[in-house]
Design a protein around this ligand. Structure first.
Ligand code: HEC
Ligand SMILES: [Cu+2]
Length: 441
């Protein structure tokens, strides 16, 4: 009955619950926080935020204090007479108009200053990076270096980078919360955004996102940023700008594996990045093997660091049981046959592999050094043999709406509703192609 209902007790329990919930938000890490000084851009925004919070707090406390005082001081008392009615108080009205005006000036000046600073042209010696939005992945070009890559961006710490933001289809928005942004990619025009990663940052990895709804896989349009030392960046760039080197020279004769130490399984993507080409491979695909200089060894972001930082973002693939790939075939993948198959398949109509003739399409990501990347499909899946195989077999099943079609023989393409027969790939074919792609370091 009414006697058991205690609104006060309920209210205090609710308050306690809300407080606990609020406090819980103070724990843990914030991989996508913008409140940091990793770049000049974020430091400026953070300084503005602090000013707003400061003035906002003063206004809040002042207004609430006046309100609470008024409520108690002038509350209705039993038998009390009607209080004195006041209409207009010129001095008071001038004061409460003037104070907000002054506060607004304190906020407006730094705000406008920050807007002008961040909208100005980047320093002329900035590293130029073209960012091209695609449904649903990111293309990154370094015009000064002649590099084209996808979904994984490398930047040297301490150097200003000037992004030229473009899209080939619909609107997207480029955002790396820990670094700066977000800024839209707009059809038929170029937007600019620049920032300087703090020169003291360690070699680190960051999340990037598309922040403008762009279709069914908008939420799957992510990317990674690696901020590295200038020396590491130079190594990375020197390797990336050379054409694909295939066949990569096999690893030196297998050293006896110390007992108890498991060999690195092939196809996990965990193979050491400094490989093959470091040992003097001839660039068989350049057509001038004899004259070509020794290839630059691979340098890629240290994987150990990545796993530590990204353990929580790499999603486990959701693969329908009816379309399982025969994973036992992956160990038998023949890269040379895979290369042949690749060049005879539809792949060349959409992808590019520098250094191999007829591979110059730009519908899909550039695959020249796909083996050096840690993720595929807009940061959605780890770049390992299993995910590559499932991806090639049926990309739209792994990423809704994907513009890469279903290629597994006998499967039904969700878009065209047609069964893939002519040009379809068997699991064995795919295993070979996967071996080839993984060799493209
Ligand atoms: C009709 C065009 C088209 C064809 C044909 C095609 N692809 Fe793709 N591919 C794409 C697109 C578009 C993407 C990006 C999809 C996304 O992430 O949303 C992609 C992504 C990929 C990726 C992931 C790359 C990365 O860095 O994210 C790989 C690997 C790949 N394709 C391999 C192949 C292979 C191998 C073939 C041939 C057997 C092939 N593709 C045929 C369009 C195509
Ligand atoms: Cu997008």
């Amino acid at each position: 009955m009414v006697g058991t209902f205690r609104p006060r007790r309920l209210a205090s329990a609710a308050l306690l619950g809300a407080l606990a919930l609020g406090l819980a938000a103070c724990g843990g890490e914030y991989p996508n926080s913008t409140f940091n000084h990793n770049t000049d851009f974020n430091a400026d925004i953070d300084a503005l935020w602090d000013k707003l919070l400061f003035w906002g707090t003063i206004v809040f406390v002042g207004v609430e204090a006046a309100l609470v005082y008024t409520i108690f001081r002038f509350r209705r008392r039993p038998g009390g007479a009607t209080p004195k009615q006041v209409h207009g108080n010129t001095a008071l009205e001038i004061t409460w108009t003037a104070i907000p005006a002054v506060i607004l000036i304190f906020i407006a000046i730094p705000t406008v200053r920050t807007i002008f600073k961040t909208q100005a042209k980047a320093a002329p010696d900035a590293l130029q990076v073209e960012v091209i939005g695609h449904q649903w992945w990111w293309e990154f070009k370094y015009p000064q270096l002649g590099i084209t890559t996808a979904n994984e961006l490398y930047l040297p710490n301490g150097r200003t980078v000037n992004f030229q933001l473009k899209t080939v289809d619909v609107l997207h928005s480029f955002w790396i919360p820990q670094m700066g942004g977000k800024r839209d990619l707009i059809s038929n025009r170029t937007n600019y955004l620049w920032f300087t990663p703090n020169k003291d940052l360690p070699t680190s990895a960051w999340n990037g996102f598309c922040a403008e709804f762009c279709g069914p896989s908008h939420a799957n349009m992510k990317f990674r940023l690696y901020t590295v030392t200038p020396a590491e960046f130079d190594q990375w760039a020197a390797h990336q700008k050379q054409p694909a080197i295939f066949p990569a020279v096999a690893a030196p004769p297998a050293a006896p594996v110390p007992s108890g130490v498991a060999p690195v399984p092939s196809g996990t993507g965990a193979a050491p990045m400094l490989l093959a080409s470091a040992q003097g491979a001839m660039p068989a695909d350049t057509g001038m093997a004899a004259a070509a200089p020794a290839p630059v060894p691979v340098w890629a972001f240290p994987r150990e660091k990545l796993e530590k930082e990204f353990a929580y973002t790499i999603p486990t693939a959701k693969i329908p049981v009816s379309e399982r790939f025969d994973e036992s075939l992956l160990a038998k993948g023949d890269a040379a046959r895979g290369k042949d198959l690749y060049n005879k398949s539809s792949c060349i109509g959409c992808h590019a592999i520098a250094g191999t003739p007829f591979n110059m399409a730009a519908v899909g990501p550039n695959l020249t050094h796909v083996g050096t990347r840690y993720t595929i499909a807009g940061g959605l899946y780890p770049n390992d043999a299993k995910h590559l195989a499932y991806w090639i077999k049926n990309a739209p099943a792994l990423k809704p709406g994907s513009l890469m079609p279903t290629l597994g023989k006998g499967l039904t393409d969700p878009k065209t509703k047609m069964v893939v027969n002519v040009g379809g790939l068997t699991d064995a074919d795919i295993a070979d192609i996967v071996a080839y792609l993984q060799a493209l370091k």
